[in-house]
Design a protein around this ligand. Structure first.
Ligand code: AHG
Ligand code: MN
Ligand code: MN
Ligand code: MN
Length: 334
């Protein structure tokens, strides 16, 4: 038993990424190093969160409004800057696009052509922060195409199939990192005593159907008729249970493992939905498609959507194949 425990503790994130990438060629080393930096960012954010109630200037609002029109939390800014810091002197990532920054951040010394871009949501579920409930960080990695000399990052305005890796960190009872490079979806649990993310579930398979539906029913009055019809169907039929945590990463993680469906459809106030395509919906769609589930706008696969701007929002229906198909059958009947 001891030996098995030792083997388990040695399956760290960086070793797993290298194993996954054997036939990936020269990118293998880069991607493994990038994932290591992301893991460092996750550890720094996790540590900050675990002491948030005890330190000044961690919780609460920063007093600014971001490009999304949201009141920014101090933790949003801290986490945003952590991801930038871990990639300085890395020679790996030369451009970072974040929910919290109107324009991408460039690290010029890292910028020979053909390098990587990190797209990320530094703290997802900020409304949970002051209630000590789970939050997350979401990330996707893309190759920079061209020189982006005007700083418009137009090459990022391509569909989600351009992602070469995606994942998230869930700051919950344990801190977990879930990622995929397109060869299965794998979960790692942070062992704080080691300071390492250790493999806890390999090749996660999302059930074809699940009983959970996850949606903010407070928006019912703002939905179109097909979406209301779907919810009425769920209300009338046995076998469904509602779970909504107010933080996408936690709600997604539950469905990734247990099946079911998460929905954030368009509303009258936000016809395009609330969730952002490039650093929320597309990374999670990448994962769900590689764990046997699906991700749709309701009428189109998320991974096929081509954004016109960096912070574009999209409706999101994501989870078990059968449950996403049922929602689409209502939404396409309109
Ligand atoms: P963020 O905190 O990064 O701005 O994202 C919040 C998102 C997402 O985490 C969650 O699913 C959704 O907002 C909840 O929105 P409602 O409060 O409108 O349900
Ligand atoms: Mn936000
Ligand atoms: Mn978010
Ligand atoms: Mn956020």
């Amino acid at each position: 038993v001891e030996e098995r425990a030792l083997d388990r503790d040695c399956m760290t994130l960086s070793r797993h990424v290298l194993q996954q990438l054997q036939s990936f060629g020269p990118d293998a080393q880069d991607l493994s190093a990038i994932m290591n930096r992301i893991a460092l960012a996750g550890k720094l954010v996790s540590r900050h969160l675990s002491r948030s109630g005890l330190m000044e200037n961690v919780l609460g609002f920063a007093g600014t409004t971001n490009i999304q029109g949201e009141s920014v939390k101090k933790m949003d800014i801290y986490a945003n800057d952590v991801f930038i810091s871990v990639f300085k002197q890395s020679g790996l990532v030369c451009r970072l696009a974040s929910e919290e920054m109107e324009n991408p951040y460039y690290i010029p010394e890292n910028c020979p052509i053909g390098r990587y871009t990190l797209l990320y949501d530094p703290i997802d579920g900020s409304s949970n922060l002051d209630a000590n409930l789970n939050v997350g960080s979401i990330f996707a990695i893309r190759q920079q195409e061209g020189m982006d000399l005007d700083g418009e990052a137009k090459d990022l305005l391509q569909n989600g199939h351009k992602q070469i890796a995606a994942g998230y960190i869930l700051y919950g009872p344990s801190t977990m990192l879930v990622y995929s490079i397109g060869r299965g979806v794998h979960a790692f649990t942070l062992d704080p005593s080691l300071g390492e993310f250790i493999l806890s579930t390999e090749n996660i398979q999302t059930p074809q159907h699940g009983s959970i539906y996850s949606v903010n029913e407070g928006n019912f009055w703002q939905w179109d008729e097909p979406m209301r019809e779907y919810i009425r169907y769920v209300h009338r039929h046995e076998g469904y249970t509602a779970r909504y945590g107010g933080a996408l990463v936690g709600d997604f993680h539950r469905i990734l493992f247990q099946g079911g469906v998460f929905l954030y459809p368009g509303t009258t106030k936000k016809p395009e939905g609330k969730l952002r395509l490039l650093y929320e919906s597309a990374p999670l769609a990448f994962l769900m498609e590689h764990s046997g589930g699906r991700a749709s706008t309701g009428t189109q696969d998320i991974l096929d959507v081509v954004p016109e701007k960096l912070h574009q929002r999209t409706p999101l229906v994501i989870g078990s194949t059968e449950d996403v198909a049922l929602v689409e059958s209502f939404m396409q009947s309109s």
